[in-house]
Design a protein around this ligand. Structure first.
Ligand SMILES: *Cc1c(COP(=O)(O)O)cnc(C)c1O
Length: 379
């Protein structure tokens, strides 16, 4: 006799199962790199850049070492630094705020929408006004983050950027494969940054990232910055850059995985719809961004309060169902960032951090496992 608690635990991310599914394609691509030995800037990097640009409909793609380095290269290219204000959501991964600080700029935290969790245009306008009123920082850039697989409200963000003469960057680390207003993400801002961290919808087997842009001059600058600011010849140094290249082996893994990507996105959508149908009468299921299609990096439900969330997490754990909290602390409350915060209240970010819970949504989940997750949440 077996009860649900005796079933094998469900995996939040199962990279071993992924390899059983695509192993042959992966090994062929990796073997090709081992054979040609061009481990840095090999032909797979160029091939991947071309395929990603085509996928997103962007004119240029520059492969880089991580999503964080992608953000840094884009901000370096704009000369963002000391005295500059960079507006970004308080409810996002740490890297979005870390990069402006590394460059000497100041992150200005913006609240998010309580239903979609995306940056809130009304809060963004208020925060730009706050910075202008205080008169200490120069408003320079907005980072719209496509959170959890869904797009940020790009039409509004573009209006605000234009009105205020601000550089607009899309941190699409979590959401490559998603779309907005009928087109794939990658062209909503002047530059779009991607991450290939293993848990992202298009994940490699190590660190990796890319930058998409339609601007040829910026693309050339990004290529220079990722290789120590090099000029036309290897030992001509035009500017201060970094070592920010994408490894050939990661590009090879990603090329193999790209062939499975659309089917994986479809499977994630199927799981999300099953969760919606099975859970919407017992918890708050994620609202869709108007005009958006999600890549479903994360499927997050909302509980009434922290106690209800803790109780549910315990019950899920007992049933072998993993869950995770993205994010337990909004960035304006992080020890590393709170001293850079001007003290504005960001009540939605605070409330989400107390009530949000992510359920497993990786494409390896079987229908039986999806049903187990639903049954466990319903208790
Ligand atoms: C993962 C992530 C990053 C950083 O990507 P890395 O490849 O891990 O450096 C940046 N922004 C957001 C929103 C992310 O989720």
């Amino acid at each position: 006799m077996s009860t649900s608690s005796e079933l094998a635990p469900i995996a939040f991310l199962d990279l071993a199962a992924q390899q059983r599914r695509m192993g042959e394609a992966l090994r062929a691509r990796i073997d090709a790199v081992l054979a040609h030995c061009r481990f840095v800037m090999g032909p797979e990097v160029v091939e991947l850049e071309e395929k990603l640009a085509t996928y997103a409909g962007a004119a240029h793609c520059v492969g880089v070492s991580s999503g964080t380095d992608a953000l840094q290269i884009v901000m370096m290219a704009e000369g963002i630094g000391r005295g500059d204000a960079v507006f970004l959501p308080a409810f996002t991964y740490t890297a979005t705020a870390e990069v402006p600080l590394v460059l000497g700029a100041t992150p200005v935290f913006v609240d998010v929408d309580p239903a979609t969790f995306q940056i809130d245009p009304a809060s963004l306008r208020a925060r730009i006004a706050d910075v202008r009123r205080a008169g200490k920082l120069k408003p320079r850039a907005i980072v719209g983050v496509d959170l959890f697989g869904q797009p940020a409200p790009w039409a509004e963000l573009r209006d605000i950027a234009t009105e205020n003469n601000l550089f607009l960057l899309d941190d699409c680390a979590q959401s490559f494969g998603g779309s907005y207003a009928g087109r794939k993400l990658g062209r909503e801002a002047t530059a779009t940054t991607l991450s290939f961290f293993p848990s992202k919808p298009l994940g490699g087997y190590g660190d990796g990232g890319a930058i998409l842009t339609d601007d040829a001059e910026r693309a050339a600058l990004y290529r220079s910055l990722r290789t120590h600011g090099e000029g036309g010849t290897r030992y001509e140094v035009l500017r201060t850059g970094m070592n920010g290249r994408l490894d050939t082996l990661q590009a090879a893994v990603l090329l193999a995985k790209l062939d499975f990507f659309e089917a994986e996105l479809a499977r994630r959508e199927e799981i999300a719809c099953a969760y919606d149908a099975g859970l919407r009468d017992v918890v708050t299921v994620p609202a869709r961004v108007p005009g958006g299609v999600s890549a479903w990096a994360i499927y997050a439900i909302l509980l009434p309060d922290t106690a209800a969330r803790a109780a549910l997490q315990e019950r899920l754990k007992a049933a072998g169902v993993p869950s995770a909290i993205y994010y337990p602390l909004p960035l304006h409350r992080q020890p590393a960032y709170r001293d850079h915060h001007d003290g504005a209240t960001l009540p939605v970010s605070d409330s989400l951090a107390e009530r949000i819970l992510a359920l497993p949504i990786q494409p390896e989940l079987t229908d039986a496992e999806v049903a187990r997750v639903i049954a466990a949440v319903r208790g």
